[in-house]
Design a protein around this ligand. Structure first.
Ligand code: HEC
Ligand code: HEC
Ligand code: HEC
Ligand code: HEC
Ligand code: HEC
Length: 161
């Protein structure tokens, strides 16, 4: 018992340290293949990213559009059809999150300010397997330093509403 407890404690320390805690995605989705090789646009799966507050994670409907029939021999692909057949959403886990007291809008940054995703999400789209932690940390200082540089608002209530 004691040994198991120590092993668990150790694993938790490894997994829950650094930027956010480690997540396991339900499917080994490959950003590199879809965005670099197939050249799909981010907005195809993150449908709110240009005109809404939230970018959103893809519904199973979006994936099944191309994966109704097998296009690879990768066993991960079959999982899409299993979720779809059960009428379930794919339970993707979030990596980036600001606390509830912070207001952040994708539309404002992507469409109005014209910023690239990499500014805040690092090399996310280059990953061949889902990263277990956010590839970069977005702290208040990080938001503020860009706002200073690009002369956007820095009063507290702009972000804390
Ligand atoms: C516009 C069509 C399209 C959409 C939408 C799409 N895929 Fe794919 N996907 C493909 C194609 C084509 C391949 C095979 C590419 C290749 O092997 O060259 C592929 C490959 C894969 C693979 C195998 C990757 C590998 O590394 O071998 C997985 C897993 C996968 N897709 C999951 C998903 C998931 C999950 C979604 C939804 C979030 C999704 N796909 C949405 C077209 C699509
Ligand atoms: C075919 C669908 C698809 C496309 C196209 C796509 N993504 Fe994703 N994205 C996903 C899926 C599925 C996840 C969740 C699994 C993962 O983390 O890999 C995700 C997760 C993310 C996340 C993490 C969000 C969070 O907080 O959990 C970011 C950031 C992201 N994608 C950025 C991008 C960028 C940038 C592009 C375009 C260059 C892009 N994605 C294109 C399917 C897609
Ligand atoms: C100026 C910084 C910034 C830029 C630029 C940015 N994001 Fe985000 N993104 C964030 C923050 C902050 C969060 C967490 C938001 C929250 O918790 O409400 C986030 C969350 C996400 C999520 C998680 C799901 C969701 O609904 O929030 C996805 C997916 C995502 N971003 C994709 C993208 C893509 C794709 C682009 C480029 C087209 C992009 N982001 C550009 C800062 C940014
Ligand atoms: C890489 C640069 C950059 C980063 C990082 C960034 N922002 Fe911004 N933000 C901008 C710019 C530029 C604007 C002004 C856009 C416009 O013209 O309306 C803006 C506008 C805003 C606004 C609207 C302010 C108003 O006018 O009412 C809010 C709220 C905001 N950002 C919150 C955040 C938060 C929260 C973060 C961190 C999670 C963040 N931003 C990170 C560049 C950035
Ligand atoms: C550009 C957006 C932005 C502005 C302006 C801003 N904040 Fe923040 N603030 C954030 C973000 C994002 C976080 C969450 C950071 C994180 O999760 O690490 C945060 C977190 C905080 C926290 C919680 C710290 C913690 O450790 O959880 C406090 C307190 C705070 N801000 C106070 C302020 C005050 C006071 C001002 C005005 C002087 C201000 N903020 C202006 C974006 C902003």
């Amino acid at each position: 018992m004691k040994k198991i407890w120590i092993v668990n404690l150790f694993t938790s320390l490894v997994l829950f340290s650094g930027t956010g805690y480690a997540v396991d995605q339900p499917i080994q989705y490959n950003h590199y293949k879809h965005t670099q090789e197939l050249e799909l646009e981010c907005v195809m799966c993150h449908i709110g990213v240009k005109d809404r507050v939230r970018a959103t994670l893809p519904s199973v409907e979006i994936c099944i559009g191309c994966h109704e029939e097998a296009v690879t021999d990768n066993p991960e692909e079959e999982k899409i059809r299993q979720y779809y057949a059960r009428g379930e959403e794919i339970p993707w886990q979030r990596l980036f999150r600001v606390p509830a007291h912070v207001f952040f809008s994708h539309r404002r940054h992507v469409t109005v300010a014209g910023l690239d995703c990499t500014k805040c999400h690092g090399d996310m789209a280059m990953h061949k397997k889902p990263p277990r932690k956010a590839p970069m940390k977005i702290s208040m200082n990080y938001c503020l330093s860009c706002h200073r540089q690009l002369q956007a608002k820095r009063d507290c209530v702009s972000c804390h509403r």
